[in-house]
Write a protein that binds this ligand. Structure first.
Ligand code: GLN
Length: 199
């Protein structure tokens, strides 16, 4: 059956492992390149993308992980993990690179100071599953500013006067959300990823 790795450098590692295990999937923490072998997918957790980037470089994991995703390893990024998966970021720190794979532009810390964190009920319309609504928690969250042709917008929220903000996208077997489904106890978005991995 499936084994899904969770990038275990920083952030919501335990939370993601618990959610995936509730979906009936075996999990393993990934800190070094050798631990990528045999994975059916990988989760890039919420946390701090700049720290995750520096640690991935430090552990010589950045290039192997980038290559694995480019070679088709299914990946699911939440919040900081969404930033890691984006081909382009706005408001990154100097020198911050991403693993890439998703043809999107993501803006970090995009909702601004006054709304550092908030909850919103988000409507999910995945092409590969039934649609549903989900209680989403956003914490210094990014959003997707631009999507390329091959990218499916899975969810957006309407910002007060600011137009719609894209908060979940899929491209092939890469999935990303601006918010943190790992901290809700509601496994439906992890299940969406597991279905992509199985497909
Ligand atoms: N602002 C964080 C970053 O840039 C992401 C926040 C989060 O994952 N909760 O990585």
């Amino acid at each position: 059956d499936l084994t899904i790795g969770v990038l275990a450098l920083q952030g919501d590692v335990r939370e993601h492992r618990a959610m995936l295990e509730s979906c009936g999937v075996a999990t393993t923490g990934v800190r070094r390149a050798s631990e990528l072998a045999g994975l059916d997918g990988i989760v890039l957790p919420g946390g701090e993308s700049t720290t995750m980037y520096k640690l991935a470089r430090h552990f010589d994991l950045f290039e192997p992980l980038r290559a694995a995703i480019a070679d088709g390893l299914p990946a699911f990024g939440t919040c900081a993990g969404m930033i890691m998966l984006a081909d382009h970021i706005e408001s990154g720190i100097a020198g911050q690179e991403t693993l890439g794979g998703l043809d999107v532009v993501v803006r970090r810390n995009a909702f601004g100071r006054q709304v550092d964190s908030f909850e919103a009920v988000v409507e999910f319309t995945p092409s590969w599953a039934e649609k549903f609504t989900y209680p989403a928690t956003f914490i210094r969250a990014p959003y997707v500013e631009k999507v390329g042709d091959g990218v499916e917008v899975v969810a957006s929220i309407s910002g007060a006067g600011a137009g719609d903000r894209i908060v979940a996208v899929r491209q092939g077997r890469l999935l990303a959300t601006s918010f943190h489904p790992e901290i809700t106890g509601d496994t439906r978005i992890h299940e969406l990823f597991v279905e992509l991995v199985r497909s």
